[in-house]
Design a protein around this ligand. Structure first.
Ligand code: F6R
Length: 604
């Protein structure tokens, strides 16, 4: 979604801003723009290279703000692209989020003779700041922000003052990067990595004046706030393709390393498990009576697999809710319930709103979060970081498998604590977790074969995926991935649901991807595949090595190594991710940036 980048310092701002925007491209956007001190503004619809090609010679100012826009109010156009300016065209602003009362503010200003050139809520905020400006930009920003309702991350500057950028945050992230020859501003810490790893996170309700050598923060009410600088422990190479054709492929191939990073120092083959982030609340988790898990998209499916794990191996009643529905439906909160938010970005608006609802009702809040320092990571009472590193491709791959791994660790921990898993069972799970990177490596070694299979199935317009138990949500997640990157319509179902409706769709032109590892529902899944074959639908099975029976029934089989049932969904997921990737690439699509999608959905 929309991205903000800014620079105040002694260097030429333009190339820094363009680089910053390129680092934000992965989030999804439709237009971009910059404003540079002493030089003015340039905007363009489409990719950042379109903007770059319009930059005039001599755009040499040393302070600037930049933006990638993902349209919410008004079509993608130069007029609607940020930065936006006030009536006098001296105050310039970039904004992420939504100003909810923009219509009423706009009418009030129009009545006073202020004209608007765009359809955006952001221009309303720029104009509003202009009405309060009397020489002090920070004060004008503060006065304007007191009038608005909604969410914002903003960066504002005055064309006559290259010494500062004023930034503010309410519900949409702003991070300040502390550099040697200037300071940087971004809505996404990963975009700062090329310049600095030292960052200051702004909290909701905070405003900062950023100069080339300092960053002074205060609350919107005007109280001074002392901030500490934090270090981002991500490597700059994590946001580069490193020789891979796409970020998505690179991130799928990172699977073994991602799992090593997720489990490092947390589990050993003898069955011991330690999750520092939840240690303080362990007594509460031990006696927990109900866990609610919330998430969106892939994170929701990860939570759904987590539900099966925690119910079966930790005897914990679990419900999983779509975060986008959570606050609009009746929730029952009690003191023995905890709420767990699953999120890669840690910024998803619906997941954050669900978490805040839980906090309002004083339930224990937990997070399974990848982005260190993100809003959800900071607002939860306790949690476990994925440590998957920055995920740049829009479709979630490595973060998803690391979420499943965190659920396996959590299940092992709670299964032991709650007296459900005995020593042998704990050891079996722990050994399998420790061995997982090797298992995934052998799956990746089959990528050329998976690419061949993908070519065969890419010709279809529709697909169905089926699985049972832990593999039922994996069927849905696989279908989501196929939809996202290959635009093939795909739906996932629990195998047992076929007869209750979806079987009506089956014919020789609708392939079914059947997920049937050797687990306790194998025979049930096998019967489902027989039902599918009886309707002449082509079947691609994903099954365990050595399963000769399915080899005779299915049209194609991708064989995977067998691991503990709790981890098998991770193995299957990597196969489905490769299948989706090769299908999308085979069809010529930009799999890293699927149409209409944004990486981090920070608006409702
Ligand atoms: C799918 C995908 C999305 C995200 C969802 C939640 O490939 O990436 O469905 O999983 O938007 O995002 P986070 O995890 O950042 O809350």
């Amino acid at each position: 979604m929309c991205g903000i980048f800014g620079y105040v310092g002694s260097n030429r701002a333009t190339p820094i801003l363009i680089n910053g925007l390129k680092a934000l491209e992965y989030r999804g956007y439709d237009s971009a723009g910059i404003f540079v001190s002493d030089c003015g503004s340039v905007k363009a619809v489409g990719p950042v290279v379109n903007l770059e090609s319009k930059i005039p010679q001599g755009m040499n100012g040393s302070t600037g703000i930049a933006h990638t826009r993902w349209a919410t109010h008004g079509v993608p156009s130069e007029a609607n692209a940020h930065p936006h300016h006030d009536k006098s065209e001296s105050i310039w602003l970039v904004h992420n989020g939504i100003i909810e009362n923009y219509n009423e503010l706009k009418s009030e200003m129009q009545a006073k003779g202020i004209n608007f050139y765009s359809e955006t809520d952001t221009e309303v905020l720029a104009k509003l700041i202009g009405t309060y400006f009397d020489g002090d930009l920070k004060q004008a920003v503060l006065s304007a922000l007191k009038q608005v309702r909604g969410t914002y991350g903003v960066a504002v500057m005055h064309d006559q003052d290259a010494s500062q950028v004023v930034v503010a945050r309410m519900g949409s992230p702003i991070v300040i990067g502390v550099g040697y020859d200037g300071n940087y501003i971004s809505s996404d810490p990963s975009a700062l990595l090329a310049y600095t790893k030292e960052v200051v996170y702004l909290e909701d309700g905070e405003v900062a004046v950023v100069t080339g050598s300092a960053c002074e923060v205060e609350s919107i009410k005007g109280d001074k706030i002392e901030k500490t600088t934090e270090i981002i422990d991500w490597d700059h190479t994590a946001i580069q393709k490193n020789g891979y054709a796409h970020f998505m492929l690179k991130e799928i191939f990172e699977a073994p390393k991602v799992i090593e990073d997720t489990i490092r120092g947390r589990v050993s083959a003898n069955g011991s498990v330690k999750l520092g982030g939840v240690e303080a609340v362990l007594p509460k988790l031990k006696d927990l009576e109900r866990l609610q898990i919330v998430g969106c998209g892939s994170a929701f499916y990860a939570g759904s697999v987590g539900k099966y794990m925690l119910k079966e191996y930790a005897n914990l009643p679990v419900e999983v809710e779509l975060a986008s529905e959570y606050r609009y439906t009746k929730q029952i909160f009690d003191k023995n319930t905890a709420l767990l938010a699953v999120t890669q970005s840690g910024e998803t608006a619906d997941t954050l709103a669900s978490l805040r609802l839980g906090k309002e009702h004083k339930v224990l809040t937990l997070g399974v979060v990848n982005a260190v320092g993100s809003t959800i990571a900071r607002e939860t009472d306790a949690g476990v970081y994925n440590h998957a590193g920055p995920e740049i491709a829009v479709a979630s791959t490595k973060a998803f498998i690391s979420q499943l791994t965190v659920f396996a660790l959590l299940t092992l921990l709670l299964g032991k604590e709650r007296g459900v898993l005995n020593e042998k069972e704990s050891r079996d799970i722990a050994e399998s977790i420790v061995n997982l990177p090797k298992v995934l490596k052998s799956v990746l070694d089959e990528s050329a074969f998976i690419e061949e299979v993908a070519k065969k199935y890419a010709k279809y317009d529709n697909m169905m995926l089926i699985g049972r138990k832990l593999h039922a949500p994996i069927a849905s997640e696989g279908a989501l991935k196929i939809k996202e990157v290959s635009y093939i319509h795909a739906e996932g179902y629990a195998g047992g649901e076929l007869k209750h409706g979806p079987i009506a769709l089956l014919h020789d032109g609708l392939p079914v991807i059947a997920l049937l590892p050797q687990d306790d529902v194998y025979e049930k899944m096998y019967s489902n595949v027989e039902e599918v074959k009886a309707r002449r639908a082509p079947v691609l099975a994903i099954a365990n090595i050595g399963d000769e029976k399915i080899g005779k029934l299915a049209d194609d089989v991708i064989f995977t190594p067998k691991t503990h049932p709790i981890l098998q969904p991770i193995v299957t997921s990597v196969v489905l991710q490769l299948l989706s990737y090769y299908t999308g690439v085979g069809k010529g699509y930009d799999v890293d940036r699927p149409r209409n999608l944004a990486k981090s959905v920070t608006v409702e």
